[in-house]
Design a protein around this ligand. Sequence first.
Ligand SMILES: [Zn+2]
Length: 343
Amino acid sequence: MALHDQLSALAAELASALTSASDERALEELRIAYLGRSGKITEIRRGIGKLPPDERPTAGKSINDAVAGLEAQFAAAQQGIELRKLDAELERTLDVTLWNVPAPLGSFHPIRKTIDDACTYFVRHGFAVLLGPEVDTTRHNFDALNIPPDHPAREGFDSFYLRPDLLLRPHTSPMQIRAMEAYPPPIAIVVPGKCYRRDAVDARHLYQFNQIEGLQVGEGIHFGHLRGMLTGMCRELFGPRQEVRFRPSFFPFTEPSAEIDTTCPGCGGGGESCRTCGGSGWIEIGGSGMVHPNVLRAVGYDPDVVSGWAFGCGIERLAMVRYDIGDIREFIWNEPSFLEQLA
Ligand SMILES: [Zn+2]
């Protein structure tokens, strides 16, 4: 019989044998009989030696192709056996009369939810959301933000240094610099993310916390735009009647600078004996101002042509006000009972 016919006959013979191989052991026996060291293929291979030398390579290739075909047959048969086993197992164990036991559903952490809601508001107004490195250089963290090495403000930002010129970022502001270095004006971004400071942990401080930073730079951008965007963000997070007020302050990277207060959600601004705002009717939520000309110059923007505002808020602070939480550590204790209340 010609080699080609021999190989075809072998494939057909195997196909028929496999139909009655019902388990892995039967399959293994067939595998040895066909592909094993003294199997049928080896027997055929021995015949190559009797062929004229110029026909041997073609014959070798035909046999190799045939082996690949047989292996594919075995693989398919193996899969069939596994599927039948799985079906049998399901048949044995699946009880459709059992009561449904609902799996416990998780929910977003209040910090994540506050970040998402704030970002959603800004995205709706055309802002891009940027994330940045949590380890950044002193240049991005301080120098380009108008805080030179001898500036006393650096102490307030004292962080965890990895090298003299590299630290865990104490605020999200380095991304202002990175964004402006990467893109020409106009620019409108928000930057949520983790920050680190060497604060002792108590009811109001964590050494790792989250901030959201906002920045808009372009021609004709003024303080009114900042007020409008912040009022909108507060209404998104706290309720439709929120107002925003500014108190003069100082930050090296903005001029003028202002602390941001919003209507106390605890008393709606009524004050009196409200424990959330201590009776003032206002809650401080962050810092803001017009981007300092030196910061614009540091990234190659022309302060005579463009202007901009920036703000930064602590997410934990926003969430504490939003959910009326008295202790910032609640956010990291991971008590299911606490998280379930806010789900
Ligand atoms: Zn209040």
